[in-house]
Every structure is written in C-alpha cells, then in structure tokens.
Design a binder for this molecule. Structure first.
Ligand SMILES: C[S@@+](CC[C@H](N)C(=O)[O-])C[C@H]1O[C@@H](n2cnc3c(N)ncnc32)[C@H](O)[C@@H]1O
Length: 242
C-alpha cells in the first residue's frame, strides 16, 4: 500500500532511497514550506503531541523521522534526560542539528542517521516514542512499527501525528481540492523538487487513517490504541502503549 507510491516513480530504486533523496533535496526550505502548506497549524498539533508525552514524565525519548527536529526540540520541554531525533535523510538532520545548537539543546538532543526499520537500540529502551508525518514515508510500514514496538518499554507511550482525510462534507471535497491542486502548486512554486509535493499529497491520500491505522497498530501488538482527529480531520494524533 504505502510501498507503491514513491517520490520519483523510479522502479529501479527502493522507496527508502527515493524518500531520503527527496528530503535531502528539500531540506533547506522544508520548515518554511511546512508552515505555508499547513497554514502554521502543524505547530499546534506538535504541541499536543509534546503535552501527551510530557504528562508521562519520560527519561528517554525517541523522535523517529525527526527531519529538521522541530518535534525533538519541543520535546525538550518534557525534561527528559535523553532525546534522540532519528532520520534517514542526512540533509534534514543537518538543518536540525544547526537549530538544536542555536538553542543550546545539544547536550539533551542528539540527531542520529538511521532507518526506522532497523533501529540501533536494544529492546524496551525508550519511555516514549513519537513520529510526526513520518509513518507514511516508511517503505515497509509494519516493519517500522514493529521496530518501534520492540524498542518501546512496556507501559511506554507511542504517539503518531500523521495526515488524514476529512470524512464529512464539505470538508472532504475542500481537502481533495487543496491536496490535488493547491498543495502541488505551492510545492512547485517554492520547492526545488517538482515531484516532492505531488508525492506528499498522493501518499497522504493513499495512507490508512483512523480505524484502519488503529487496526495496524493493534496487529503489531500495541494496546490502548486511540485516535484523535485534528482540525476537521486533516491530521490525526494516535496514541498507544505496550
Ligand atoms: C515529512 S518529514 C517529517 C519531519 C518531522 N517529523 C516533522 O514533523 O516536520 C518525513 C521524514 O521522514 C523521514 N523518513 C522517511 N523514511 C524513514 C525511515 N525509514 N527511517 C527514518 N526516517 C525516515 C524522512 O527522511 C523525512 O525527514
């Protein structure tokens, strides 16, 4: 399902390679574009994720697909002793490292280049794990989620923030228009990578959300799975534990 939609429709290369290349290419203007395409609402959604995590008073936190590190930086409010931001794109991580250094958070947050489908950590290591707008980019969704389950401590919290699709009229139609025409146009105008923003909307349209994603989490073994649609359903925050 998520494996079929790739950034460059290049059948000779894995989705993972194409995703890493795409994010390397757009890394320098990713933050600015993110604010424009979500009208800045993504900041509010990330804050909610941080509140959920902070309430559990974690010591070790892993932010997977951290990109330029916004969520990892905000997670520093949780007072965790160790925060790791992990991503496959060296370009995205580099932008994030500069932001972390500028905020003097480099003693708490480390940025690690690794693959979510093969996490370099022992079992039951993290008290909290987050993924914001990352799971739909995984090449093998269930493999990535199973790795997250493996490194999460029993009783730890897993929070996913991901795009979803409004189900009610007229928001459903409005969203379709926005994601099919406005989003790719903004992407083409402002991004160096013409395919990137078509990929982002196509992958969002094809990705399971709500009950369908809850069921995938449950299949992996997560318990107490809940979904909370945000802003008319254009994004959803999923919470689960082990
Ligand atoms: C849309 S960005 C989200 C970045 C950040 N979490 C945010 O909220 O702005 C998706 C990120 O997922 C990363 N990614 C995709 N597949 C990955 C994988 N298998 N392992 C680690 N990171 C991955 C990409 O490199 C990219 O930085």
């Amino acid at each position: 399902m998520s494996g079929k939609i790739t950034p460059y429709n290049d059948t000779s290369r894995s989705k993972k390679e194409q995703v890493a290349e795409m994010f390397d290419t757009i890394s320098q203007n990713y933050d600015g574009l993110n604010r424009v395409i979500s009208f800045g609402i993504d900041v509010k959604w990330r804050k909610k994720v941080v509140n959920i995590v902070s309430n559990t008073k974690p010591e070790r936190v892993l932010d997977i697909a951290t990109g330029t590190g916004d969520l990892a930086i905000n997670l520093a409010q949780s007072k965790a002793k160790e925060i790791i931001g992990l991503d496959i794109s060296a370009g995205m991580l580099e932008v994030g490292k500069q932001k972390i250094k500028a905020k003097n958070l480099d003693t708490v947050i480390s940025m690690v280049q690794a693959d979510s489908e093969n996490l370099p950590y022992e079992d039951n290591y993290f008290d909290a794990i987050t993924v914001a707008f990352g799971v739909r980019n995984f090449e093998h969704l269930e493999k990535g989620l199973a790795e997250i389950y493996r490194v999460l401590k029993p009783g730890g919290v897993f929070v996913v923030l991901e795009t979803s699709i409004p189900t009610k009229t007229p928001y459903k139609q409005g969203y379709k228009f926005y994601s099919s025409y406005i989003l790719p146009t903004i992407g083409k105008l402002f991004s160096k990578d013409k395919s990137a923003y078509s990929y982002l909307s196509e992958s969002a349209a094809a990705f399971p959300y709500g009950e369908a994603f809850n069921n995938i989490l449950k299949k992996i073994g997560f318990i107490e799975v809940q979904d909370a649609p945000q802003t008319l359903g254009v994004a959803t925050i999923y919470t689960a534990t082990k």
